[in-house]
Design a protein around this ligand. Structure first.
Ligand code: PEP
Ligand code: MN
Length: 260
């Protein structure tokens, strides 16, 4: 992968706001997450909101702010692409393209981005199965692109305690089925700030190749997903813990089971 290494033993944490709002908030976040050890900056400029009356994202203005933050910090950008009509625009600015849960089965979009050169993070769908998710990954790969990152953001189940249910065992399960990096999104899975770090920790401990985590310097001012945003200092705390983490090796474990 050209932008920043992920997979093949390189673990990488992507962090930033759910949506780009003010440049001041964005640059504060970018500097803080870089200092804490994040290797990429996330931020949505096109937001898939349940209500058409909710904040829809800053569009190109948001993309430009991300580029400014990249110039300041050197962090490559991850941002969501929602529609085929925005491909040219988003590709002008971003380093990595995020396809969100609601577009996991937008096959026309997946086919198009598979023909283009930028790495893609493909999240699972709102209530998708692993098979369906991996078939969507195939759609992108079949266009010719090699750089696809599989992202687990939890699914909707009968359980409502958390925003979504993320089975961390899917990390080693999918890693065995494919050679592609598998990352976790504890922010959209937990949906509540107090459970984001523990889930990030669990996901990384079980061997995820990375995590994508929402951080905002003023969660109550955030225009989307403020409830699940970590404060920069909480993110720093989490990263310090992750640096000391001993990681479960499923391959070794499988070998041990097979040799019994
Ligand atoms: C996001 O990353 O802010 C987002 C909208 O995520 P998801 O597609 O997983 O809901
Ligand atoms: Mn979000």
């Amino acid at each position: 992968m050209k932008v920043s290494k992920i997979g093949g033993g390189h673990r990488s944490v992507i962090a930033g706001p759910c949506s780009v709002d003010t440049y001041d908030n964005l640059i504060k976040t970018a500097k803080a997450v870089k200092k804490a050890g994040a290797t990429m900056l996330r931020g949505g400029a096109f937001k898939p909101r349940t209500s058409p009356y909710s904040f829809q994202g800053k569009g190109e203005e948001g993309l430009k702010m991300l580029v400014e933050a990249k110039k300041e910090t050197g962090l490559p950008i991850v941002t969501e692409l929602m529609s085929e009509k925005d491909i040219d625009l988003v590709y002008q600015y971003t380093d990595i393209v995020q396809i969100g849960a609601r577009n996991m089965q937008n096959f026309a979009l997946l086919k198009e981005i598979g023909k283009l050169g930028k790495p893609v993070i493909l999240k699972n769908g709102i209530a998708s199965t692993v098979k369906e998710h991996l078939m969507s990954v195939e759609y992108v790969l079949s266009g010719g692109l090699d750089d696809v990152i599989i992202c687990l953001r939890g699914t909707r189940t009968y359980e409502t305690a958390m925003r979504n249910t993320l089975d961390v065992n899917l990390v080693p399960y999918i890693q065995e089925l494919t050679h592609l990096p598998v990352i976790v999104d504890p922010s959209h899975a937990a949906g509540k700030r107090e459970f984001v770090s523990s889930l990030a920790y669990a996901g990384m401990a079980i061997g995820a190749d990375g995590a994508i985590i929402e951080v905002h310097p003023c969660p109550s001012c955030a225009l989307s997903d403020g409830d699940q945003a970590l404060l920069p200092e909480d993110f720093q705390y989490l990263m310090d813990k992750l640096n000391k983490l001993e990681i479960w090796n499923q391959k070794d474990w499988n070998q041990k089971l097979n040799s019994n």
